[in-house]
Design a protein. Structure first.
Length: 155
């Protein structure tokens, strides 16, 4: 197993953790259920941890593919840029989520503010997920890079 395998293996966990966490948190807010909100916060914390792992394996993956003729440096740089913005968003979301768990257990005020911040950061994270995912796919899938996309599928 090499750095590219590791990167491809872990980079989906922050994506899924953020998307599922956002849905679970919204459900927790609608039902006013602190346990459900805490589950969402744990998903966000896991997403942040795996974002760090994904970021650290991204450099290893780049080193393995940067000399492949079909791989363009500008696409790798674009992917790294969006991935860094996503990682930063998820780190902040993970910290906010830790505070959310703390406040939920203490039953102090501010839980709705924390949840609202987490939802906002989750939405921003989903935006960066799409950007990082699209640019990551562009690295090896040259068919995604065409300016004109066909609307017909040929089998």
């Amino acid at each position: 197993m090499n750095g590219a395998h590791l990167h491809m293996g872990v980079n989906h966990i922050p994506i899924m953790g953020t998307v599922f966490g956002l849905g679970v948190l919204i459900t927790g807010l609608v039902t006013n259920n602190h346990t459900v909100k805490n589950i969402a916060y744990v998903l966000f914390i896991i997403a942040a941890v795996f974002a760090a792992i994904s970021s650290s394996t991204g450099e290893m993956a780049e080193d393995l593919i940067k000399d492949i003729p079909s791989v363009e440096k500008k696409i790798i740089d674009q992917h790294a840029h969006f991935a860094a913005l996503l990682a930063l968003t998820l780190y902040v979301l993970g910290a906010i989520s830790a505070a959310g768990i703390f406040f939920n257990f203490r039953k102090n005020g501010g839980t709705k503010t924390i949840a609202s911040l987490a939802i906002l950061l989750g939405i921003i994270g989903v935006f960066f997920i799409f950007q990082a995912g699209k640019s990551g796919g562009d690295i090896r899938h040259t068919e995604f890079r065409t300016k004109r996309q066909s609307t017909f599928f040929i089998y």
